[in-house]
Design a protein. Structure first.
Lengths: 280, 170
């Protein structure tokens, strides 16, 4: 017995080191598996509050740019509304009609502000100032007026963290706007404004400047949201698919106002798909 | 450790944590190079201080930085690792004078200091990027990040040494 106690006392530094090191590695591995809950992260109350205070100071320096962006988005939305009016024959702006349109939409949007953003690591995350109190849930998509940003991967009462598309673990369904050939959007960690698309078949008519949009295969993003334009492309090593470099419309290094997208039908779709898998 | 030393180290802990999460994590020099100056706490922890306490404090420091930068436990792991290896590195860099408890880091000559700072920085950054990137497909990215961030951190460490030692004289 004494021997054992002596052993512990003699090696207490090593044992302490080993325990703490294993805890850290376990936490690391935990964040590498996407669908597990994160125990630590900036969605918690203390870190969220600190980032909120910092953000309150920082936003003043970017107000001009942010206003420009919002005006541009308003302009685009107004044009769309006018176009819709002409098409559907709405003459005056009747809010009851718009309300019914909003209710008919499958997607619900929640506005949020980015209070922390990273883009220089291989696995990047953002922190937003909205949490479960505001209706945010895991697996909601995050978009801006210019394109997609990422997917919510952890929430607290008032904050949420987002797995950015600049994360080697992100795999997002994307397609060519003009021919609807599907591929998967990934990131090779090199440039925060350039992402890659793999698995686009060689049959697809591809040229530089083509627009890439989100595909409709996932329940996370609405179909047809802008992502970016093709810079260049090459055949992958099997020669069956293209590897495409895409310049994002979004500037991932300066994000401020974003929207979280909730698919009201997602639950039903996932339930149905799971029940089919169970039967097989 | 006397009271004064405890205060100095506690202040250093908080200051380096704030500096790291508010300023240094956002530098992104050339797009991906960030210095990790918070290991200065581990480097300048009193040489005769309690080693178990250092290991535990390094874990806390690393974990706090992980919480703020959403990196799981990579900073905690790397910090704990160098905190545990520190006595070995000290022996390697300062040789016999460390065993006689007569090392003064600020008064040591340049090669000894470079060996001490350099080996801790490289060990820390290598562990950090291996765990953060976590894939041997990206081995060159790991080495590249270690090299550039390491040089940046080492540079800042030497600057802070100069700054702190001049303020002590005056």
């Amino acid at each position: 017995m004494q021997q054992i106690i002596y052993f512990f006392i003699r090696n207490k530094n090593f044992l302490l080191f080993a325990v703490l090191f294993l805890v850290s590695v376990a936490l690391t591995i935990n964040t590498h598996s996407y669908h597990k809950n994160k125990y630590i992260g900036s969605a918690n109350t203390v870190a969220g509050k600190v980032y909120k205070v910092r953000n309150n100071v920082q936003t003043y320096f970017g107000l001009d740019d942010e206003n420009d962006l919002l005006v541009k988005e308003n302009l685009r939305l107004r044009e769309i509304i006018e176009g819709l009016k002409a098409e559907t024959g709405f003459s005056a702006i009747d809010t009851t009609q718009f309300d019914s349109l909003i209710n008919a939409s499958v997607f619900k949007f929640i506005p949020a502000k980015v209070i922390n953003n990273s883009y220089s690591k291989s696995k990047n995350n953002l922190t937003l100032n909205q949490g479960t109190n505001d209706g945010v849930e895991n697996d909601m998509g995050v978009v801006t007026a210019n394109g997609i940003v990422g997917i919510v991967n952890s929430t607290s009462a008032r904050f949420a963290t987002v797995q950015s598309i600049l994360n080697t673990q992100s795999k997002i369904n994307a397609k060519l706007n003009k021919s609807s050939h599907f591929g998967t959007l990934i990131w090779n960690t090199k440039d925060p404004n350039v992402v890659q698309i793999v698995d686009i078949p060689r049959l697809a008519p591809l040229k530089a400047g083509d627009t890439i949009v989100t595909g409709g295969r996932s329940t996370i993003f609405p179909e047809g949201l802008q992502i970016g334009t093709v810079i260049d492309f090459s055949a992958d090593k099997d020669d069956n698919y293209y590897l495409v470099n895409v310049k994002l419309f979004n500037d991932m290094t300066s994000l401020s106002h974003v929207y979280m997208v909730e698919n009201k039908e997602a639950e039903e779709i996932i339930l149905l798909e799971n029940s089919v898998e169970d039967e097989q | 450790m006397n009271n004064n030393e405890i205060l100095v180290n506690a202040a250093r802990f908080l200051f380096l944590l704030a500096l790291q999460i508010f300023l240094l994590n956002n530098i992104n020099f050339l797009g991906f190079v960030n210095p990790y100056l918070y290991i200065l706490f581990i480097i300048f922890y009193p040489l005769d201080g309690n080693k178990s306490l250092l290991i535990f404090l390094s874990f806390l420091l690393g974990l706090s930085i992980d919480i703020f930068s959403d990196t799981g436990g990579v900073h905690a792991a790397a910090s704990v690792f160098i905190a545990y290896m520190r006595p070995l590195v000290l022996k390697f860099s300062f040789g016999i004078s460390y065993e006689h408890n007569s090392v003064k880091i600020r008064k040591a000559n340049l090669t000894e200091r470079l060996a001490y700072f350099g080996s801790l920085v490289i060990m820390h950054h290598l562990m950090l990027f291996i765990l953060e990137i976590f894939s041997f497909k990206h081995i060159f990215l790991i080495l590249k990040s270690t090299l550039f961030s390491g040089i940046f951190t080492l540079f800042l460490i030497f600057i802070s040494v100069v700054l702190f030692s001049t303020s002590k004289k005056s």
